[in-house]
Design a protein around this ligand. Structure first.
Ligand code: GTP
Ligand code: MG
Length: 214
């Protein structure tokens, strides 16, 4: 197939997939509540309040599918969403990390839940590591990236809230983030810049998800 034909097919598959059925499957507060690992999964990871649930909603083109909030710490469980009917793959919205105001016991619980899921999930095809475009990579992101490198879990960095920073600042953050990504073995070398608010990069992310599912 020519490059153009490939592109067209991907665009068509993406359109059909994300305008079709997407349904909440279940919430897992602990690992023993996980659904069977019978479908490929794409997980949304990142610091608290970075926009994981919002980006999942933007991807699915449905507001309110995953619950979002101004207050960090909104998502406290692993939330699974089936894409397609019959389902072809799953999106997994996860609790955020690095949330200073969370009670230490709760923060610890989420960290173990997220880390154990990411390290041990056989059906996990790719992790999207979301990074706020206003702040760039922070130490908790680097810690997560190292863990994913060690566990050989393939991941891709995604800048969020790109509608917020000035264009020149955004370009600098993108360069610095890409330079760091290239030093990590399990990271995709290219970064996707997104805004759930304006829709920037959302179609590119949909295609990246389709490609990761294969
Ligand atoms: N301007 C702007 N605001 C956004 C964007 N994405 C998310 N937000 C806002 O950021 C806040 C947090 O969004 P969430 O999607 O709940 O963030 P989260 O990463 O799921 O947060 P936790 O579940 O607490 O870890 C909400 O007030 C959103 O409206 C974006 O692209 N642009
Ligand atoms: Mg959330």
């Amino acid at each position: 197939m020519s490059e153009d034909a490939n592109e067209e097919t991907l665009a068509e598959v993406s359109r059909k997939t994300f305008s079709g059925p997407i349904a909440f499957l279940k919430s897992a507060p602990r690992l023993d509540f996980l659904p069977d690992p019978d479908l490929p999964e794409i997980a949304f990871a990142g610091r608290s309040n970075v926009g994981k649930s919002s980006l999942l909603n933007a991807l699915a083109n449905r507001n309110g599918l995953a619950r979002t909030s101004n207050t960090p710490g909104r998502t406290q469980e692993l939330n699974f969403f089936d894409v397609g009917d019959p389902p072809r793959f799953r999106l997994v919205d996860m609790p955020g990390y690095g949330f200073a105001k969370a009670p230490p016991e709760a923060a610890r619980k989420w960290r173990f839940l997220v880390n154990d899921f990411l390290r041990g999930r056989p059906s996990l095809r790719r992790t999207l590591v979301l990074v706020d475009a206003r702040h760039g990579l922070k130490d908790p992101d680097r810690e997560l990236m190292r863990m994913l490198d060690e566990a050989a879990v393939s991941y891709r960095l995604v800048l969020t809230k790109a509608d917020k920073p000035k264009a020149s600042d955004l370009a600098g953050t993108l360069d610095r983030t890409a330079a760091e990504a290239r030093k990590h073995v399990a990271a995709h070398p290219e970064i996707i810049t997104t805004s759930s608010e304006t829709g920037l990069g959302v179609e590119e992310l949909r295609r990246a998800v389709i490609e990761a599912i294969g």
